[in-house]
Design a protein around this ligand. Sequence first.
Ligand SMILES: Nc1ncnc2c1ncn2[C@@H]1O[C@H](COP(=O)(O)OP(=O)(O)O)[C@@H](O)[C@H]1O
Ligand SMILES: [Mg+2]
Length: 226
Amino acid sequence: MPVEPVHLTNVGFAFGDGALRRPVLRELDLTVAAGEVVLLTGPSGSGKTTLLTLIGALRAMQSGSCMVLGQELLGASQAARVALRRRIGFIFQNHNLLGFLTAAQNVAMSLELHPDFGDDAARFAEAERMLGRVGMTEFASVVPAKLSGGQRQRVAIARALVAGPGLILADEPTAALDRQSGRDVVELMRDLAKRSGMPILLVTHDPRILDVADRVVKMEDGRVVG
Ligand SMILES: Nc1ncnc2c1ncn2[C@@H]1O[C@H](COP(=O)(O)OP(=O)(O)O)[C@@H](O)[C@H]1O
Ligand SMILES: [Mg+2]
């Protein structure tokens, strides 16, 4: 059994049925090693988001093998997929913070099912500690609308990391940010991940951040090409 956090073999995926069936991933192999930061790049429509949603157990596998944190996702039950999702930190292009909650409340929500944080006070304290690690201490009680794009993405990073996930999946996390805040956000993710040995698989077509990766994987038309 592979020990890598992510190990894909011969993954295929198609949208639609019958005459409308359209393959978007073909014969795809990909591995992410423990503690590794991998950037997945390639043109729009090449299948990057689809691949990330399969690895994140957000979508059911169709063919091939997709081992994530020791769980085979081909044929996995809905319950197994839900359980796996709880062990993954997701970061999206549009932060997805809840607008009516403060930064700290948004982060604390990620701990609601965590056995080590049984009450609101404990969750809140841990959320504030995590906000400190992303440089957002003084914004703990601020709502997202009052934050800049870069600050919101920092809160989203805190939310993704607070429960100590085994893997971070990020889809274009810098797309809505200007050059400098985009870079800052990705460097912050990398530093936090490196400190805890957590691997990151990050989709981007932003060439300005490729150098933060341990490895860059390029996709084209549903295949890994380099
Ligand atoms: N829900 C969907 N239904 C049908 N086709 C889709 C769906 N999502 C994506 N696609 C198609 O799959 C291909 C890959 O899309 P996507 O994974 O989003 O690529 P990328 O993230 O690299 O831009 C594209 O041709 C896109 O139009
Ligand atoms: Mg995409």
